[in-house]
Design a protein around this ligand. Structure first.
Ligand SMILES: *[C@@H]1O[C@H](CO)[C@@H](O)[C@H](O)[C@H]1NC(C)=O
Length: 193
């Protein structure tokens, strides 16, 4: 009895320590205005791609990142710890074109510029993501929800917004959008070391 209580306490402390040592957030965090803080970091999963965040109440009022006409957008990732624990490398990026946050709505997006796997300092870095070709964001105002999960298992969702032009280009395949797809294709073929 005494042993199991001690073990439980130990496990709880270990869990808290692990939680405190592996954080990175992509700004602007869904439901958070201004710079992301460590406490804004979630543990995204396939079941809950935005972690504990209540998507329905945060989606419409969140700052949205503009999507370029070639389907790409850039976002800033900030780590709060060094090393793989505070990894700025995105292991999984998924987009929900409806913006509901329902796990069944998410499909894979593509990292065009990924972050540092094991950062030596606490810093920020720019990520570039490409939405699937032809994707049309149907959340209020042409918005999609994007979930980021880092190699450290942390991350969060962000809201992105297509312009009317961008959505038309994505659907119709204008020269620019087609060029974007070619670029993404070339990236996808780079062999992983
Ligand atoms: C991010 O980059 C790493 C290293 O190149 C790669 O292994 C990983 O698959 C990339 N993430 C995504 C979501 O493509």
């Amino acid at each position: 009895m005494l042993f199991s209580k001690t073990l439980l306490t130990f496990t709880a402390i270990l869990g808290a320590a692990l939680q405190a040592h592996a954080h990175a957030a992509v700004s602007p965090v869904l439901g958070v205005s201004g710079t992301a803080a460590r406490s804004d970091v979630q543990r995204p999963s396939n079941q809950k791609p935005c972690g504990k965040m209540d998507v329905a109440s945060a989606f419409d009022s969140s700052d949205a990142i503009p999507v370029a006409s070639d389907g790409t957008f850039t976002a800033m990732i900030t780590n709060f710890n060094k090393g793989v624990d505070g990894s700025r490398q995105v292991a999984q990026v998924m987009v929900d074109p409806k913006g509901t946050g329902d796990k069944s709505s998410f499909v894979a997006a593509t990292m065009v510029a990924n972050g540092t796997k094991s950062p030596k300092s606490v810093d920020s870095e720019q990520l570039t993501v490409q939405l699937p070709a032809g994707m049309s964001c149907s959340g209020t105002g042409g918005k999609c929800l994007v979930s980021f999960k880092t190699a450290g298992g942390f991350g969060n969702c962000v809201v992105v917004q297509q312009s009317a032009d961008g959505a038309a280009a994505a659907a119709g395949g204008s020269g620019k959008a087609a060029a974007g797809r070619r670029r993404a294709f070339r990236f996808a073929r780079v062999p992983v070391a």
